[in-house]
Design a protein around this ligand. Sequence first.
Ligand code: NAD
Length: 386
Amino acid sequence: MSTSGFTVGVLSEDANGERRVALDPDAAKRVIGAGPAVLVESGAGGRAWFSDEQYQQAGAGVLDRAAVIGGADVIVSVSRPDDAVLDSLRAGQVIIGLLAPLTNPDLVRRLADRSLTAISLDQLPRTLSRAQGMDALSSQANVAGYRAVLVAAEHFDRFFPLLITAAGTSKPATVLVLGAGVAGLQAIGTARRLGAVVSGYDVRPAAREEVSSLGAKFVELSTAISGAGAGGYARELSEEERSAQQAELSAVIARHDIVITTAQVPGRTPPVLVTAQALAAMRAGSVVVDMAASALGGNVVGSEAGRTIVTANGVTLIGATNLPARLATSASQTYARNVAALLKHLTAEDGSMRLDPDDEITAGVLITRDGRVVHPGVAAAMGGPA
Ligand code: NAD
């Protein structure tokens, strides 16, 4: 795009219980201060408790959906835009969001066929220090980790902390967090703040120190598995490693009241960490929150995305989906800061949008452009260069 000054559009997103909004009034003000104009669909921030008036005070225009789409060069969104929105966008328009292009080949094809420029924040090169302010996966994982503990607490029928009262002493809850990345570490910290006795486990050796520094116990397995992979992520374990891990974890799981699982391996189905046998060995009243639950499966055998099940032995098993939408104000505020930082990065000195394929951040997030899938990793996942 070479025309000077561009306009950013924010739409209301309400599919699948979404309550977040891609720009909050503060971030809208920040974006406007950096050059671009901002148009917001009336009511877009309402489910995260931001009013149209707050957006107007921030300098944004508040219009109906068609007028925002018609007037915007760039649409910013939290999750993938619905079909009606996609159909109403015009060739050359830019869409920025968490589009999960590696697992949504149909969406990517459609974006390319419509000649839309798609930018996906989940493909950001996260280890670059200058990209950290744009790291939406981390900001939303942080919110999700916190919220997961609250979900567990809502379903757990005992106190979290050790309480000594005239009516006696209650033992603290024991919480086990499997997968100590961004979400897991936040879950550990939150459960500790609620007074639980917390343990953490991860297959990456670097996680040991991070778990301990939060005051939690790191679970050591005798079958030492070093699961560090590329880019700071975990690698997929072999079949033997997986069964050894599951078998040894089962005994640990049975000793805990609450288990929160967060394990992911990029581009793969989530690893199973809690088997049916492990679930069957847990005490009645225990709670398991599977943060990896999705249509592709989760970390817990039998968990179903978006559903809460009580097993025959009295374990509440929660297939948690879109936890950030259940803390919509904080999730929107942090996501909006990520979006504002990316927009700033993409704004050239003359105020135009600059999509420089030689820039590491831009190349990382740019998925489709001029009718082509330009992201090599996404193109490969779709079966070869487009
Ligand atoms: P993620 O969501 O991909 O996975 C969550 C956790 O699951 C990870 O810690 C992973 O090691 C763990 N896991 C995967 N398979 C497992 C298994 N079989 N058993 C147990 N645990 C398993 O990870 P994430 O939260 O996005 O972060 C991954 C890493 O990237 C972390 O080290 C994080 O600190 C790092 N990171 C770095 C930056 C940065 O450098 N700026 C930014 C974000 C994240």
